[in-house]
Design a protein around this ligand. Sequence first.
Ligand code: TXA
Ligand code: MG
Length: 340
Amino acid sequence: METKVLLPTQENIETVGQALSRGALVGIPTETVYGLAANALDGEAVSRIFKAKGRPADNPLIVHISDISQIERFGLVREIPDGAKKLMDAYWPGPLTIIMKKGDVPDEVTAGLDTVAVRFPSHPVTQKIIDAAECPLAAPSANTSGKPSPTTAYHVLHDMKGRIPYIVDGGMCEVGVESTVITLAGETPVLLRPGGITPAQLESVLGHIEIADAVLNKLRDGETAASPGMKYKHYAPGARIVLIKSDDDKYIEYVNAQKGTGAAALCYDEDVGRLEVKAYPYGKKNDYDSQSMRLFTVLRKIDEDAATLVYGRCPDTTGKAMAVYNRLIRAAGFEVIELA
Ligand code: TXA
Ligand code: MG
């Protein structure tokens, strides 16, 4: 199958909208990462997403909408809890996914769970594509399973070439990491995945929320994940990545001591001039927006270069940095060295 990369002209959006409503898969931009979309009401189309990505069948998908009224119109959930309404008012459209009790959604989307994840993206092109398809779109990130999520149309082409008919090029994703995922299907709200909307932003609307253990820690053997996606090794480049918890000087000194071994550095922009090994800067120090925007592109570059050992700066674990930390600690397989 030939894969066409299309600019988001009105004509092209109509073309992919029709393709989606007929059951095709399309790579679509969103403000977080690119998605691999199918008609969420068509179980057969949705099952092709799992094949194209090599995604485990027990890992459910997010349903994307372009207007809050579509939740009721398509009967996506059993009811919208009060807390969910407040979150929608505050942060939709935007990088926030809300899990609620499932309504009339094919089992292929929810992997047989009795809950469904819903998101209203803010990217104007995503909204236009959903409008043109005239149906909600099920879409995971458009990477091959186990690879960093795609933040450009080129990344999607790299992973999906020959497997899908269309990719819409909406430019580089602004947020750069996947949406925040919170479940409101139980008694207390639980954060399942940190993203562009921070825990403090969620708590300002909901009051106290819990943070699932797997957000910051490795699942223990036999522990069940609150969200199936958390049990898989995500964002894993080919290289061994080791995170270094330390101040600036100790990091530079430690990494420069490895000069000549082929080790590289996944560092802040400010570190580059002081490093004597190959540097992969992923953003400015303390600027978590720039870090999250570039992180996946840099991880893909490390893959392309077939780097073998990379020492990464370990971000903070709280606030806006939590989303970056959550992705990096997984890429590192939870390997951290603390320099006193
Ligand atoms: O920003 C995003 O959310 C992107 C763009 C394309 O919208 N999508 C995305 O989808 O990251 P995906 O499939 O890569 O990640 C969805 C995560 C997975 O970890 C999955 O296990 C979890 O959400 N999830 C989906 N439905 C769930 C449910 N009903 N209960 C618990 N976790 C769920
Ligand atoms: Mg994903």
